[in-house]
Design a protein around this ligand. Structure first.
Ligand code: CDP
Ligand code: MG
Length: 159
């Protein structure tokens, strides 16, 4: 039930100097950072990370966006962490993302606008969509010795 999930602050979030505010959104519900790094994604790594999207029409724009500057990659650990992080992040399209979600509070792109400009939706965060996706993505981004465990902290202070 205690899960790990991958979160990226995408290049638009780093460029807008929102990293601190965005990390706080996850920490304040009690999620624990168990891994963190800054990295500049190249085209080959983008194709691995977004393997499920490589053949889709929006992939070219997505690759351009995710490789345009460094990202902050994090693994968060917590109860139902995959679902909890997605709830905090909100739906893919900022236009539809409710206030209170990251994508609703900090972004305004729509599919219509992005498609017209021929660019990817700028929505600040990547978050694993399912437990299976999280397991694959955490292993892609982090070696075992780059991840830490907060099990004792959870048992004593949170749960
Ligand atoms: O990030 P999320 O899991 O919510 O959405 P996704 O369907 O896995 O798509 C990955 C990313 O591709 C999105 O976050 C958008 O940045 C981008 N995208 C886009 O630009 N246009 C689309 N029609 C769909 C996705
Ligand atoms: Mg996704």
């Amino acid at each position: 039930m205690i899960e790990r999930t991958l979160v990226l602050i995408k290049p638009d979030g780093v460029q807008r100097s929102l990293t601190g505010e965005l990390i706080q959104r996850f920490e304040r519900v009690g999620l624990k950072i168990v891994g963190m790094k800054m990295a500049w994604v190249d085209k080959a790594f983008s194709q691995k990370h977004y393997a499920a999207h490589v053949k889709k029409p929006f992939y070219a724009g997505l690759e351009k966006m995710i490789t345009e500057g460094p990202v902050i990659a994090m693994v968060f650990e917590g109860i139902h962490a995959v679902e909890l992080v997605r709830k905090i992040v909100g739906p893919t399209e900022p236009r539809k993302a409710p206030p209170g979600t990251i994508r609703g509070d900090y972004a305004q792109h729509s599919y219509e606008y992005a498609d017209k400009k021929g660019i990817a939706i700028k929505n600040l965060i990547h978050a694993s969509g399912t437990k299976d996706e999280a397991d694959v993505e955490v292993a892609l981004w982090f070696k075992n010795n780059e991840l830490h465990s907060y099990k004792t902290v959870h048992d004593v202070h949170v749960l």
